[in-house]
Design a protein around this ligand. Structure first.
Ligand code: NDP
Length: 240
């Protein structure tokens, strides 16, 4: 079993992924941005190692990943999960909100993957799972920044998958629909009710449902699946 890094791995979807990978027998490093209290509680509860750095900062990622590799070993599995929203209609969207979302959600594909890809190539094995979104597939009103970043994640996944396939590295991307986490808790209740009406299964998704798919993609059994864009959204994408 391998060494796995999960960005934003201490809360929400990322926390479920960290736990799922640990339960599958991997050694997990869960990263976070600034919520130290939550990260410490997660570490105490799960025994999973936690590391703090900003995924938008290339130097911090290189230093942080070097520390993980020194402490745990070479990274075999990278889950690029950390993400934020800064919603506003485009005509009211500030350039700062645009840049914050692009750098955290899309630059992080570069900053986090770059330091580990050479090692994966040298060892002829790697599993990279990128968390995109249904809103990167269909676009979402009030989320030009987020939709652009998450669509970028899909393109990055498909291109890197082609470059890496022959080296035993798979690169796949998951597009969750609305999942019951802090991110969705920030959506106003009335808006959320309308969203749930548009989900054929009639409920929000669970973080564990995204984790189960990630654990499969990270497994040796998934070696023939690469460049895939996996939708997991309770049927919302096909119904709307
Ligand atoms: P949460 O807001 O619950 O958790 C986000 C996690 O990412 C936290 O651990 C946070 O750290 C970390 N993080 C945020 N910014 C940075 C940063 N700059 N550097 C390092 N870590 C950072 O998010 P979710 O679990 O809801 O979402 C996880 C991923 O899934 C995101 O990419 C999101 O876009 C995507 N997604 C979510 C959906 C949903 O419905 N929830 C739907 C579709 C996609 P800290 O705790 O320190 O703040």
């Amino acid at each position: 079993m391998g060494i796995a890094v999960v960005t934003g791995g201490t809360r929400g979807i990322g926390a479920a992924i960290s736990i799922g990978l640990r339960d599958a027998g991997h050694t997990v490093a869960a990263t976070f941005a600034g919520n130290v209290e939550k990260a410490e509680a997660f570490r105490a509860e799960t025994g999973i190692a936690v590391y703090q750095w900003d995924v938008a900062d290339a130097e911090a990622c290189a230093t942080g990943l070097a520390k993980v590799e020194a402490e745990l070993g070479p990274v075999d599995i990278l889950v690029n999960n950390a993400g934020i929203t800064r919603d506003a209609m485009f005509h009211k969207l500030s350039f700062d909100a645009w840049k914050a979302v692009i750098s955290t959600n899309l630059d992080s594909m570069f900053t986090m993957t770059k330091p580990v890809i050479e090692g994966m190539r040298a060892r002829s094995f790697g599993r990279i799972v990128n968390i995109s979104s249904i809103n990167g597939q269909k676009g979402q009103m009030g989320q030009t920044n987020y939709s652009a970043a998450k669509a970028g994640v899909i393109g990055f996944t498909k291109a890197l998958a082609q470059e890496s396939a022959f080296k035993g590295i798979t690169v796949n991307c998951i597009c969750p629909g609305y999942i019951d986490t802090d991110m969705v808790a920030a959506v106003p209740e009335e808006v959320l009710k309308g969203i749930i009406k548009g989900i054929p299964v009639g409920r929000l998704g669970k973080a564990e449902e995204i984790a189960a798919l990630t654990v499969y993609l990270a497994s040796p059994a998934a070696g023939f699946m690469t460049g895939a864009v996996l939708t997991i959204n309770g049927g919302q994408y096909i119904a709307n």
